[in-house]
Design a protein around this ligand. Structure first.
Ligand SMILES: [Zn+2]
Ligand SMILES: [Zn+2]
Length: 173
């Protein structure tokens, strides 16, 4: 678990308070569950993570699992992403109170969160992370598609929509 710095800790605690207040309004949760959520250590993912936006870490004991903590992507802690950050923390809180899998009940509870277009926002955040870490863009000369990657594609990838071979362009940052 990456230890958050002082500023990140303040942001994480603000997010925690907000999400808990909202969850109390949603009514689907027993208040006894909130006691757990108030105490869970909050941390941050590695800065260069691109796949995960948040994660709940578990510790394996002989007969049970306990929660080690919840980590959010550090880029989620800036103001620009705060609405999405609240949703990601809510998603992890659902895992933490025992809904371990993304099954029908989980998806129902998740849908109670009032952020519209959250899939779209999630994709936008993924692209933002990929772009930030990229040294190359893979370009389709036919479509408007740009793919951001650390490595060049070296003629090995084709565009999903038109099957044209993607061309590498270096990014200078
Ligand atoms: Zn999940
Ligand atoms: Zn194309």
């Amino acid at each position: 678990m990456v230890q958050p710095n002082a500023q990140q800790t303040i942001r994480l605690e603000q997010l925690r308070s907000f999400v808990l207040l909202k969850m109390a309004e949603i009514h689907d949760f027993q208040s006894s569950r909130f006691a757990t959520l108030e105490k869970i250590p909050l941390g941050v993912l590695r800065k260069n993570a691109t796949q995960k936006h948040g994660v709940t870490r578990w510790r394996q004991h002989t007969h049970h699992l306990s929660i080690e903590g919840i980590e959010l992507h550090p880029e989620l802690l800036c103001e620009e992403w705060q609405e999405y950050a609240k949703f990601v923390l809510y998603h992890e809180f659902l895992h933490a109170i025992g809904f371990k899998h993304h099954d029908a009940i989980f998806r129902h509870l998740e849908s109670r969160w009032p952020l519209k277009n959250r899939k779209k926002v999630g994709r936008k955040f993924t692209i933002f992370l990929q772009r930030r870490n990229a040294s190359w863009q893979w370009v389709c000369s036919n479509c408007d598609i740009l793919i951001f990657r650390k490595q060049p594609s070296r003629g090995k990838y084709i565009c999903k929509s038109c099957k044209t071979v993607l061309v590498d362009e270096p990014l200078f940052s």
